[in-house]
Design a protein around this ligand. Sequence first.
Ligand code: HEC
Ligand code: HEC
Ligand code: HEC
Ligand code: HEC
Ligand code: HEC
Length: 412
Amino acid sequence: MKRVLFVILSALLTALFFLALGQDMTREWTGYQSKFFRTLSQAERQGISGGIKQIIVSDLNRIDRCTTCHLAIDKPQMALAEEPFTAHPGKYLAWHPVEQFGCTVCHGGQGLATEVKAAHGDVPHWEQPLLRGPLVQASCRQCHGNLNELSGYAPLLVKGRQLFAAKGCYGCHAIKDVGQSVSVDLAEVGSKSHQLIEADFENMPPPHHRIHWILTKLDNPRVLNPGVPQDQLPPGEEEVFPTAMPHFGLTPDERQALTVYLLSLTDANPPVSYTIPPEPQVVTTYDNDIDRGRAVFERLGCTGCHGPQGVGGRRNWNGGLGEEVPSLIYVKAYYGENVEALKEVIRTGRQPVPRADAARPQPGLYMPAWKDRMTDSDLTALVAYLYSLSELLPAEASTAAPAGDQATTVTN
Ligand code: HEC
Ligand code: HEC
Ligand code: HEC
Ligand code: HEC
Ligand code: HEC
């Protein structure tokens, strides 16, 4: 009896062995390796071995097997070969030696995987999709604090950072200790877990990953948060307004640059030996208060709610004044000699905004308090700038007056 069992077991083991061998031969990577070796002459094959390649970078907590398929990544003579056998473009691997950096620290993907889809992060529940083409620029900021030095190599990242300030995103969002807290802090939005954004995925077409989510949000935030009108709710329940985030009417280029910048805001924390310190702060001097005030207005993100040059037009559901954040070009006409009252509004803000219709929910946007975010002389300069906006009154009042989603100057 024991003997029979032994024979059966041995036969089973042998069968399993051949099955495993067969599977190994047909694994995706072995296919790529044979194909690669066939392209090489006998002489070129000398010294190149097959098998799984693995780069272990313990400092960065990574094990990357990408070079199992990307076999010629460090061979410049293969620059024109087809993927996955091309040499790496540029000097990136000379600046960042493969054994010290690996691949995924810049490209994302799944280092340990040896199948194309899995390695490229193109599988459910993997949080790091491959950063293809120019999106790879999102990775540089984790180590390179000084983005100015990278303007030639990561132009989208640099442009995205500049747009974030210029569009007034700081008026509602903080990134760590800079910016307002009207909405969420974006300091780690580039590594926000898919689980936390799953609800938004329901409102957008695939692919369902973070990169596409950010692109969709920037295209039109109301696609993801459309709100629920009262007539679609059971009686007694409060209506839900669409998101308070404005529709900025960004161009595709602006959206791509902002996406790269937002993806660069992550919880990555590489060791100090891998990091380059930020650029020194530049202190700009201004000839007059109006220019200085304009800089304060832009730096703090007043534009995010009041529009470029304070022309207004951003939607504020149920916020009165045509459901819009007020224009600031009327400020001089309204406050006149009473500069102190104006300064007080800016220092303390106005929360909450009065409702246009008491039966409907609270508006999404209010005027935040700014007293902790500017010096007295900043405030004086800001008032000078706001008063200078009254020059826009005759021409702009008729053309730039907001027309909801159709407006061209401010999309709202
Ligand atoms: C099993 C083989 C295999 C592995 C492992 C693999 N790749 Fe690839 N890679 C490919 C193939 C095939 C292509 C070309 C087709 C494609 O884009 O999917 C490619 C293309 C790429 C591209 C170019 C994409 C584009 O669209 O321009 C990048 C970047 C890349 N891989 C990075 C990586 C990184 C990083 C890893 C490791 C995490 C990795 N690959 C692991 C096979 C592989
Ligand atoms: C320091 C960051 C960095 C590291 C590390 C790095 N790459 Fe790249 N990689 C880049 C950049 C930047 C580009 C785009 C260069 C360009 O377009 O000129 C790129 C381009 C590529 C491309 C061409 C296709 C594409 O998407 O543009 C492939 C394939 C690739 N990398 C694979 C790898 C593999 C495999 C490794 C690991 C051996 C690796 N890279 C390591 C930054 C890096
Ligand atoms: C994991 C950290 C890390 C990442 C990610 C990273 N770098 Fe670097 N990079 C470094 C370090 C460290 C150096 C060496 C700096 C030195 O020698 O002073 C360097 C050097 C460079 C240099 C050469 C600078 C010089 O003057 O010699 C360039 C250019 C560069 N990186 C561009 C990039 C770009 C573009 C990206 C994103 C695609 C990137 N790096 C991603 C850490 C990183
Ligand atoms: C007037 C206020 C306001 C301004 C200005 C604003 N946002 Fe938002 N943003 C919001 C609100 C409110 C939310 C949360 C509700 C939502 O997700 O729509 C939000 C959410 C987001 C999210 C999703 C964050 C998360 O973790 O869910 C991103 C990304 C974002 N904003 C990016 C931006 C960028 C980039 C800009 C500048 C171009 C910007 N926002 C300007 C109000 C604003
Ligand atoms: C998060 C959106 C938001 C941001 C950012 C914002 N405001 Fe406001 N602001 C409002 C709203 C809403 C009102 C209307 C409040 C009310 O009347 O109750 C308002 C009102 C004002 C008023 C009063 C206008 C009047 O007619 O009395 C001034 C002045 C003003 N804001 C200046 C600024 C300045 C300067 C900044 C930048 C430092 C700024 N705001 C940033 C939303 C914002």
